[in-house]
Each structure stands twice: as C-alpha cells, then as structure tokens.
Design a protein around this ligand. Sequence first.
Ligand code: DQA
Length: 145
Amino acid sequence: MTRQISCINGPNLNLLGQREPEIYGRLTLGDIETLLNEEAAELDMSVKMLQSNSEGQIVDWLQDARTNASGVILNAAAYTHTSVAIHDALKALDVPVIEVHLSNPAARDDFRQTNFVSPVVTGSIAGLGAAGYVLALKALATLIP
Ligand code: DQA
C-alpha cells in the first residue's frame, strides 16, 4: 500500500528561493516538492506538501497526521525555537517524524539554540539544504513498514 507522508513547512518557507538564498538556497518550495515527488515514486510513497505561516494551522496538520499519514517531514522554521504547541502536538503523534532544516541552526544565532521540536521527533537533519528533505523521505521509507 502507498505510504502517505505529510511534509509540513512553517513560516516564511513560502519565500524559499527569494529569502536569504545564501542561507536557504535558490530552490523554491515547489522545486523541493518536485524532488520529493520524484523520490516518492521510487519508494512507493506519496507526499502531501503543506506550508503555513500560522502556528495553529501547523498544529492542526500534525493532529490530522495522527490518522491520515504514515509519517511526517517537518520543517517548523522559526516555530522550532518558540512553539510549545507544536511540541505538544508532536508528543501526541505516534507516526515517525523527521525534522528538517535547510540551514544548520546549531551553527547560527543564540536564539536558534532553543529547539522545542528535536526532543520529540524520531530524528533530525540540518544543514544539507533541499537534499535534507529527500534524505528525510528515504529515512521514513526505512521506518515505515
Ligand atoms: C530553518 C531554520 C530556522 O532557524 C529558521 O527560522 C527558518 C528556517 C531552516 O530550514 O534552516 O525559518 O528552519
């Protein structure tokens, strides 16, 4: 059966390609969706690409994944560093979750050193640009029967 993956993207990631390309790269979120769909076809998986600038919407999508997805790729963007609500929603989720960051927050500003996501996900990939999303999908393929 095709494994359904929710790829949830947080604030300002709709501006990928235009926003600080020296940090986040020149690919758009649509380009990343194309890369994921190509890989998903190889792995008998299907990816639903989602993006919102609103914390509550991200919580709703994580809750939805409890019943409608076999796994989650999450780039919570700036909410990674602030959101107890996303932390709690992740704790309520039983499917594997791979956290992705295009940049490496550990090598950046002090305020990015707080992370509410990492302690409650299956694994994390950071600093590898768009390739991190594809690697996350490959990881989920090994984790989901
Ligand atoms: C990010 C890193 C976050 O610190 C930042 O707020 C983002 C993007 C990344 O993909 O590198 O918006 O999640």
